[in-house]
Design a protein around this ligand. Structure first.
Ligand code: F6R
Ligand code: MN
Length: 191
C-alpha cells in the first residue's frame, strides 16, 4: 500500500489551516453594524478594520448529513465604545446540532444563550474545552490584548441562523471597565 502524505495541515499553535479544503473569510467592522451598543462610537471607526477571521476545513458540501467541519476563528483585540470585539453569534439552523470549541491562544469569553434567552459565559483560554449543546446560540468575545484564537468542530449539516441574534442580540454585553472585562445586562434587552 502506498503511503500518501496529507495535503491538509493544521498548526496547533496558531490555528492556521492549509490545504485544498481550507476556506478563509474575514469580517470587517462595517459588516457588524448593529452588533455593538454605541452607534456613535461605531460610526467613528474605520469600517475596513478586520474584526475577525475564520478558516474552515470543509471536505464535504455544506448541508451534508453525517459529515464534520473543522475551523479556527481569530478575533482581533479592540473595542467599540468600550465594548469588546466579538463574533456576530448564531444558533445553528438545524437547532439540535452541537459544536466543540477549544481555546488555542488569547483570552476571551464564550457567551451561550438558550432559546429562552438564558445566558451563561465561559472563560476561553489556551487549552480550555467548550461543548456547545444544541439549541444554544454562541458568540466569542475577545477580552484580552492579543488575538483570541479558537478551534471549532461542528456537523456539516448544522448551518447557521443569524436572524434572531441580528434582531434581538444577546441579553448581555461584555465591556471594558477600568481595564477589566465586565458582563452587563443589555439595556435594550431589559423589559
Ligand atoms: C461554526 C462556528 C464558528 C463561527 C465563527 C464566526 O458553527 O460556530 O466557526 O462561525 O466563530 O462566528 P459567526 O459565525 O457568529 O460570525
Ligand atoms: Mn456554530
Amino acid at each position: 500500500m502506498k503511503l500518501n502524505e496529507s495535503t491538509e495541515h493544521y498548526n496547533l499553535h496558531n490555528g492556521c489551516l492549509e490545504g485544498k479544503y481550507a476556506v478563509f473569510s474575514q469580517k470587517k467592522l462595517a459588516q457588524l453594524k448593529g452588533v455593538f451598543a454605541d452607534e456613535q462610537a461605531f460610526a467613528a471607526k474605520d469600517g475596513e478594520e478586520i474584526v475577525y477571521e475564520v478558516s474552515s476545513h470543509t471536505v464535504v458540501p455544506e448541508g451534508t448529513p453525517g459529515g464534520l467541519f473543522f475551523g479556527t476563528s481569530c478575533i482581533h483585540p479592540g473595542t467599540v465604545g468600550g465594548e469588546y470585539y466579538m463574533t456576530k453569534g448564531h444558533f445553528h439552523a438545524k437547532r439540535e446540532c452541537g459544536e466543540y470549541y477549544w481555546g488555542i491562544s488569547g483570552t476571551g469569553l464564550l457567551l451561550l444563550m438558550d432559546e429562552n434567552r438564558n445566558c451563561t459565559a465561559q472563560l476561553v483560554k489556551k487549552n480550555s474545552l467548550h461543548y456547545i449543546s444544541g439549541y444554544t446560540a454562541h458568540r466569542l468575545v475577545n477580552i484580552g490584548d492579543d488575538d483570541l484564537v479558537v478551534g471549532a468542530c461542528w456537523p456539516s449539516d448544522a448551518g447557521h441562523d443569524y436572524g434572531s441574534i441580528e434582531t434581538e442580540g444577546f441579553p448581555v454585553r461584555v465591556i471594558c471597565r477600568d481595564g477589566e472585562a465586565v458582563i452587563v445586562d443589555d439595556a435594550h434587552a431589559a423589559g
